[in-house]
Ligand binder design. Structure first.
Ligand code: ZN
Length: 339
């Protein structure tokens, strides 16, 4: 599995004590090195303005370029070099999507800044350009052998409001999100299913606090896998935040590291069934750096069929806290899919 990373990602800083810090990627790179996976790291080029314009308005791109120093929202600071590094993050996503799609090999891009809260014309939630949306649009719109349909699975604990809004009216992109209900950004209600031609192609799975491995396993078996099998995407892109882990300081879901790896394994198997193993993982959030490093390294190891011992595997959620929430989602989605 190729890991896509650029050293400049470490130069992106928010403010002192901010959870979205360079330490996150330093921990991942160190852990990949310990497990001897650093050899597979590939360096991307920056996305160009015309590539960003596949998703973002030219006014917003110009604003990003010229904003200077200051807060774009209370959690999202803009420095003089933010535009350049955000272009490299989006470029990492473009490379991850292209390699996965053209060479049928799974990729994992670990960009900073992350992307799934960025809309077509706004930043927010530590995000500036929507890396996964830019990658999806590039595959759909390219001249040579374009993708017909892209599925995006968003496993970050926060709802990916940016990706959700960008594709809410579209049927060539299926957006499925698991998230904790009631936290930032406050969006992702289960009855929001897309509009116009996009109706039925947005699947929101909001969980209450405490939902963990068993709830996610059921969500995978009863909603995610059956819908992807029916949708038949050309590629599966995954927004993976490790902030749904029980140790994460910013939220209250309860996935274990095992739970994450099971989901990743299932998605890889699913991609080999429906789309020639075309799958790319995009790092979003995750603020316990030890958990973050072990999950990313664990996924890379799993994909390469190496054993990797996990530390944070405390099993919780044997009562399946999310079952009622999931049953409600199934009722809503039955109108569009056989579930
Ligand atoms: Zn998050």
């Amino acid at each position: 599995m190729s890991v896509i990373y650029h050293e400049r990602y470490l130069d992106h800083v928010q403010s002192w004590g901010h959870p979205e810090s360079p330490e996150r990627l330093k921990a991942i790179i160190a852990k990949l090195g310990e497990a001897s996976f650093e050899a597979g790291i590939i360096t991307p080029k920056p996305a160009t303005p015309s590539e960003l314009e596949l998703v973002h308005t030219s006014e917003y791109i110009d604003m990003m370029k010229n904003f200077g120093e200051g807060y774009m929202d209370p959690d999202t600071y803009h420095h003089d070099d933010t535009y350049e590094i955000a272009c490299l993050a989006a470029g990492g996503g473009l490379l991850a999507g292209t390699l996965a799609f053209d060479e049928h090999r799974p990729t994992f891009v670990i960009p900073r800044p992350p992307g799934h809260h960025a809309t077509a014309m706004s930043s927010g939630g530590f995000c500036y350009f929507n890396n996964i949306a830019v990658a999806a649009e590039a595959l759909l719109s390219r001249k040579k052998l374009p993708a017909k349909r892209v599925a995006i699975i968003d496993l970050d604990v926060h709802h990916g409001n940016g990706t959700h809004d960008i594709f809410f009216h579209r049927k060539d992109v299926l957006y499925i999100s698991t998230h904790q209900w009631g936290i930032y950004p406050g969006t992702g209600h289960r009855e929001l299913v897309g509009v116009k031609k996009g109706e039925g192609y947005t699947v929101n799975i909001p969980f209450n606090s405490g939902a963990g491995d068993r709830s996610f396993e059921l969500a995978y078996q009863q909603v995610i896998e059956p819908i992807i099998l029916q949708y038949k995407p050309s590629i599966i892109l995954v927004s993976i935040g490790t902030d749904a882990h029980y140790r994460d300081p910013l939220a209250d879901l309860a996935l274990s590291s095992n739970g994450y790896l099971d989901l990743a394994r299932n998605i890889l198997k699913l991609s080999s069934r429906v789309c020639r193993s075309n799958t790319a993982f995009f790092l979003e959030g995750g603020y316990d750096v030890d958990v973050l490093a072990e999950i990313v390294t664990g996924i890379v190891a799993t994909f390469d069929s190496h054993d990797y011992e996990l530390e944070f595997t405390k099993k919780v959620d044997s009562d399946c806290v999310g079952e009622d929430a999931l049953n409600y989602v199934i009722e809503v989605q039955k109108e569009y899919w056989e579930l």
